[in-house]
Design a protein around this ligand. Structure first.
Ligand code: SAH
Length: 203
C-alpha cells in the first residue's frame, strides 16, 4: 500500500493534536490546503491565522475556504469549509512576524503551526521562503505553541535555494534542547530531492 505521502503525514500528525476551539496557524498558506484542514479541526469556536507575503495566495486560500474556487476543490472540501466556521484571519505579512498578529491571549496556547516552504505553484517561482525568515518564524512558532503542540515543516530541497533552507531548518531543529522540544524527520531515504517533513512537538 506504500507509505503516507509527506503532506498526508503532516496532516495526520496535526489531526492527532488539534481539537475544536483551538487556535492554529498556517505559516505559508499558499493554495490554502493546510488552512482548510486547520479550519476544520479548530471548528466554530476555533481561530485560524494564515500568513502569506503574496496577495494571490491569500485570495486562493479565501476561495478554498469559501468553497467558491473552481477546479481542484472537491465537494467534501467545500462542505468541510462551509461547516467549519472557524474565525479566519488572513494575514498579508511575513511569518517571521507571526507573534505580532496572533492574539496575545493565545500566546503559549497555540495547538499547531504548519509550514509548507518553497514557492507557490503556478505563481512567480522567484518568490520563495528564505532561511532567515523561516528560522525567525520557527522560533516564533515554538514560543506560541502550548506544551504538546506541534510544528510541521514540509521542506523542498529540489529548487535553487531549497537545499540550503532545508539544511538550515535541520540544524535549527537539531540544536533545540531536548527538554524544550522533540524533533522528527519523515523522509524517503532513496530520493534526496524529494520533499520531506520535519515535525517538532513542544514539551
Ligand atoms: N512548495 C509547495 C507550496 C509552498 S507555497 C508546493 O509545491 O505545494 C509557499 C508559500 O509561502 C508561497 O505562497 C509564498 O508566497 C509563501 N511565502 C514565502 N515567503 C513567506 C514569508 N516570509 N512569510 C509567509 N509566507 C511566505
Amino acid at each position: 500500500m506504500g507509505f503516507l505521502s509527506v503532506l498526508s503525514m503532516a496532516h495526520k500528525l496535526v489531526k492527532e493534536r488539534v481539537s475544536q476551539g483551538d487556535t492554529v496557524v498556517d505559516a505559508t498558506c499558499g493554495n490554502g490546503v493546510d488552512t482548510l484542514l486547520l479550519a476544520e479541526l479548530a471548528g466554530r469556536r476555533g481561530a485560524v491565522y494564515a500568513f502569506d507575503i503574496q496577495a494571490e495566495a491569500l485570495e486562493r486560500t479565501r476561495d478554498r475556504l469559501a468553497g467558491s474556487s473552481g477546479g481542484g476543490v472537491s465537494a467534501a472540501e467545500k462542505a468541510g469549509a462551509a461547516s467549519s466556521g472557524a474565525a479566519l484571519h488572513l494575514v498579508h505579512a511575513s511569518h517571521a512576524d507571526m507573534a505580532a498578529h496572533v492574539a496575545a491571549d493565545a500566546h503559549g496556547n497555540v495547538a499547531a503551526v504548519m509550514f509548507n516552504l518553497g514557492y507557490l505553484p503556478g505563481a512567480d517561482q522567484t518568490v520563495i521562503t528564505t532561511p532567515d525568515g523561516t528560522l525567525a518564524a520557527l522560533d516564533a512558532a515554538l514560543s506560541l505553541l502550548r506544551p504538546g503542540g506541534i510544528v510541521t515543516v514540509v521542506l523542498y530541497p529540489g529548487h535553487p535555494g531549497g537545499a540550503e533552507e532545508a539544511d538550515a531548518v535541520q540544524q535549527w531543529a537539531a540544536s533545540l534542547p531536548q527538554a524544550a522540544a522533540q524533533a522528527v524527520l519523515y523522509r524517503m531515504a532513496q530520493k534526496a530531492e524529494a520533499p520531506y517533513l520535519m515535525a517538532i512537538e513542544k514539551r
